[in-house]
Ligand binder design. Structure first.
Ligand SMILES: *[C@@H]1O[C@H](CO)[C@@H](O)[C@H](O)[C@H]1NC(C)=O
Ligand SMILES: *[C@@H]1O[C@H](CO)[C@@H](O)[C@H](O)[C@H]1NC(C)=O
Ligand SMILES: *[C@@H]1O[C@H](CO)[C@@H](O)[C@H](O)[C@H]1NC(C)=O
Ligand SMILES: *[C@@H]1O[C@H](CO)[C@@H](O)[C@H](O)[C@H]1NC(C)=O
Length: 470
């Protein structure tokens, strides 16, 4: 069935690490991955997908005469990310109602469905929770995709496998939404882990993690390890590798390989500073302000690596040039087409590595995150007629650079709020066939060695102080 396209729901290991500073207690909370559409207006009738054989020019790749690539239209999906998200299980209210909550470091409200919606299986019933209290205020949040509105309240929350006991948190009870819940989602809410500046209706609404730290005494640090990357997610054997705890992990110096930190430039999103981008070891040579225009953030709630338009064009051009795929369908880069190869022909060797240089905590140094094509040329479906299809895990953005899941899946990422820095180490689960698909190295030269970024210069743009909606 060439036109069938199975939307997969795959469970993967993913952890949210919370640790205590005094003892070696580490809460390793399993999270699961949702793979599917993040845009509700995307038609889930996959029969609309048309397979386009490029029979006119065949596009036989020079390096691989047998490697005919086919492009599959993603009709009705011009903008929608075929996305994936990571969620965790929480118990909200008294008695606890089980809800699955998406983990999002790009927003700051904890919000959960509190009314029926056609795309979700259940919702948080405020009337059944004796501990729920309404603040009487309304709240609304608009995301890059989708929005919701509801009532601001408070209730108690506990996380199985998390710190024992429960925490009183602000919760937004979602009563109406548009484009937020999508067909087939198996989460019912979102956990915004960024700073109170982004909280709605205003920054007086204490975000979840601040409440946790204040009430439990846990240090103000959490880490994420997203393990959805790698070849053929749908085919990987075995169950998610949940870990109950792993006391060594919270100490940066015990993370396998080196841990590099970049300062949080401003505490609203996790805003960082990018100094340079390389495609296949070639410096893009753009003014580093372009990379941070109007901001660069680390956001687990964004599926792709999103690049400002100019940077995106330069990256696509560089990938096309350094690889053997100049004739590649425009639609592939724009995210409207999948590229499909015969099963078993992994296309990754055709694509270059991508490197992102971040400013190190020693401001005259930088370090480099490298993602291999395995992370950004993403298998998204098994075609039943013998094709494997991939989408481009990078997209263009009009509101800044976003280090989303495409990159984060290569790393163990520490949100060290206490020291105002974000740390990266190579993730133990970022490997494909035993070989790593990400790399970290540093320091990369002194300031002068870092592209156009001088030790004393700053790549942030003046727009950093703005406060758009999250
Ligand atoms: C799919 O292809 C057929 C035949 O080429 C064409 O008639 C049809 O309009 C296409 N459908 C879409 C949704 O593009
Ligand atoms: C979803 O995608 C469609 C098609 O690209 C677009 O028109 C619509 O605005 C998107 N919806 C949201 C909520 O982003
Ligand atoms: C990409 O990076 C990996 C890991 O460092 C390296 O082995 C490989 O040769 C690089 N690929 C290219 C095309 O440079
Ligand atoms: C910061 O880096 C520079 C250049 O590598 C080095 O000379 C300097 O000693 C470093 N400063 C600290 C405090 O480590």
């Amino acid at each position: 069935m060439p036109n069938s396209y199975e939307m997969k729901l795959v469970l993967w290991a993913f952890w949210l690490y919370l640790c205590t500073g005094t003892s070696n207690t580490l809460y390793t909370i399993p999270l699961k991955i949702f793979v599917g559409k993040f845009n509700s207006s995307v038609n889930v009738d996959w029969s609309h997908l048309n397979r386009t054989e490029k029979s006119d020019n065949g596009l036989s790749l020079a390096s691989d005469p047998a490697g005919l690539v086919n492009f599959l239209d993603m009709v009705n999906n011009l903008k929608g990310d075929a996305g994936r998200g990571y969620y965790l299980e929480m118990l909200l209210g008294t008695p606890g109602q089980k809800v699955n909550i998406l983990v999002d470091t790009g927003s700051s409200n904890f919000a959960v469905a509190a009314a029926p919606h056609p795309y979700i299986t259940h919702y948080f019933n405020r009337a059944l929770s004796s501990s729920y209290s309404s603040s009487g205020r309304t709240v609304a949040v608009r995301y890059t995709q989708g929005n919701w509105a509801g009532e601001l309240g408070q209730d108690v929350l506990s996380i199985p496998q998390g710190p024992s006991g429960s925490v009183a948190v602000n919760v937004a009870a979602i009563l109406s939404s548009d484009g937020f819940f999508l067909p087939g989602v198996n989460w019912q809410g979102i956990l915004g882990l960024a700073y109170s500046t982004l909280a709605r209706p205003d920054s007086s609404v204490e975000p979840f993690f601040a409440s946790v730290v204040r009430q439990t005494g846990l240090p103000d640090v959490f880490s994420l390890q997203m393990c959805g990357a790698g070849p053929r997610p749908g085919r990987r054997r075995g169950r998610p590798r949940w870990r109950q705890s792993d006391p060594g992990w919270h100490r940066a110096d015990s993370v396998p390989g080196s841990m590099w930190y970049t300062p949080i430039k401003e505490e609203w999103y996790y805003q960082v500073e990018i100094l340079k981008l390389e495609v296949g070891n070639q410096n893009l040579n753009l003014d580093c302000k372009e990379y941070n225009s109007d901001k660069a953030i680390v956001d687990s709630g964004t599926t792709l690596l999103r690049l400002p338009e100019n940077v995106f064009s330069a990256v696509v051009e560089a990938i096309a040039q350094t690889s053997l795929i100049q004739d590649f369908s425009e639609g592939f880069w724009m995210g409207t087409k999948l590229a499909c190869w015969l099963k078993g022909e992994t296309p990754w060797r055709l694509f270059p590595n991508l490197s992102i240089y971040l400013r190190a905590t020693n401001a005259s140094q930088s370090f480099r995150l490298t993602i291999l094509p395995q992370l950004y040329i993403q298998p998204i479906a098994d075609m039943e007629d013998g094709l494997d299809c991939y989408r481009f895990g990078v997209s263009s953005s009009t509101n800044g650079l976003v280090i989303g899941a495409t990159v984060m899946e290569g790393f163990y990422v520490v949100f060290d709020r206490a020291s105002r820095r974000v740390g990266f180490a190579v993730s133990t689960c970022a490997e494909s066939g035993g070989a790593p698909v990400s790399e970290i190295s540093g320091p990369s030269g002194d300031g002068r060695g870092v592209g156009t970024a001088r030790a004393d210069s700053r790549c942030g743009s003046p727009g950093c102080g703005r406060r758009p909606t999250p």
